[in-house]
Design a protein around this ligand. Structure first.
Ligand SMILES: *[C@@H]1O[C@H](CO)[C@@H](O)[C@H](O)[C@H]1NC(C)=O
Ligand SMILES: *[C@@H]1O[C@H](CO)[C@@H](O)[C@H](O)[C@H]1NC(C)=O
Ligand SMILES: *[C@@H]1O[C@H](CO)[C@@H](O)[C@H](O)[C@H]1NC(C)=O
Ligand SMILES: *[C@@H]1O[C@H](CO)[C@@H](O)[C@H](O)[C@H]1NC(C)=O
Ligand SMILES: *[C@@H]1O[C@H](CO)[C@@H](O)[C@H](O)[C@H]1NC(C)=O
Ligand SMILES: *[C@@H]1O[C@H](CO)[C@@H](O)[C@H](O)[C@H]1NC(C)=O
Ligand SMILES: *[C@@H]1O[C@H](CO)[C@@H](O)[C@H](O)[C@H]1NC(C)=O
Length: 217
């Protein structure tokens, strides 16, 4: 009688452990990281001061850009819809004027891959300039939707969007040399250099503190 009870109990425990492990496995394999989107390169020939000693006489309205998209997932592919880009120029700290739109065609990206997509368009109705306190700032936004490929299946679509303010220098290229993350929460307002620095310190502080928070959760 007791032996029968034991085997029932151990079967029950085995069952629960199996369920638990299956749930953990499912959770791990269904968890996805969103791709990251960066403005890798932008070049506005009309703003190249070396090229145009007479910049107001330059009629070249081309804007060239490269978008970088990274898939950090270890074992999931990503199917992107068309990536819609909009470019605007700041006329004051909180007011922008549209320059034009561009589209990066839909594509598939394997796991842990980076993709750089070049494009160009003609914009601004001929006027690509505006100054805020003597400096030129562009606003670049993207919007798309992605499906994640898990083994042989695709998840439903997830919408993604974001943008960043990008300072354009005298070479017609962006001043910040590294790729600029088009993050979801970057406000359409030019902040002072000081507040940007404190933002970076906040991120650093957070990344130092997060492992400790893990101990309490
Ligand atoms: C700007 O124009 C100069 C003169 O034509 C050229 O040498 C330079 O490469 C241009 N700058 C960029 C970033 O292409
Ligand atoms: C710049 O513009 C002025 C006035 O239109 C003109 O006289 C001059 O030749 C131009 N210079 C160059 C390098 O195009
Ligand atoms: C504008 O500049 C780009 C890059 O230098 C060049 O490829 C393009 O042909 C130019 N367009 C015109 C109309 O000059
Ligand atoms: C934009 O900035 C100006 C001053 O630079 C301010 O008066 C105005 O309220 C701001 N507008 C918005 C919508 O924040
Ligand atoms: C660019 O796209 C936005 C929406 O994303 C739209 O409101 C705007 O009219 C478009 N501009 C041009 C020049 O097509
Ligand atoms: C601009 O884009 C077109 C395709 O839309 C491409 O054929 C052309 O080579 C591009 N020009 C430059 C300078 O990248
Ligand atoms: C372009 O727009 C800016 C801001 O609106 C203005 O100050 C500038 O005079 C314009 N340039 C031309 C050539 O129209």
């Amino acid at each position: 009688m007791a032996a029968e009870h034991d085997s029932c109990c151990s079967r029950c425990v085995t069952f629960l452990i199996t369920i638990g492990l299956t749930a953990l496995f499912l959770w791990l394999s269904l968890r996805v990281d969103e791709p990251k989107c960066y403005l890798d390169y932008i070049y506005v020939p009309a703003l190249n001061k070396t090229l145009n000693s007479n910049s107001t006489h330059n009629k070249n309205t081309t804007i060239l850009f490269a978008l970088k998209l990274t898939n950090g997932n270890k074992d999931k592919g990503i199917q992107y819809d068309d990536v819609l880009l909009s470019f605007r120029v700041f006329e004051s700290v909180n007011l922008t004027r549209p320059l034009g739109n561009a589209t990066v065609q839909r594509f598939y990206q394997g796991h842990q891959k980076k993709a750089t997509k070049h494009g160009n368009f003609s914009g601004g109705g001929g006027n690509l300039t505006a100054a805020v306190a003597g400096r030129m700032w562009y606003r670049v936004d993207y919007a798309t939707a992605v499906k994640y490929k898990i083994l042989f299946w695709y998840t439903k679509r997830h919408r993604l969007w974001g943008g960043a303010n990008v300072e354009i220098g005298d070479s017609g290229m962006k001043v910040y040399r590294k790729a600029v993350r088009l993050g979801g929460k970057n406000p359409v307002v030019i902040e002072s250099g000081a507040s940007k620095l404190s933002g970076r310190y906040r991120a650093l502080l957070l990344s130092l503190l997060l492992p400790f928070c893990g101990l309490w959760v």
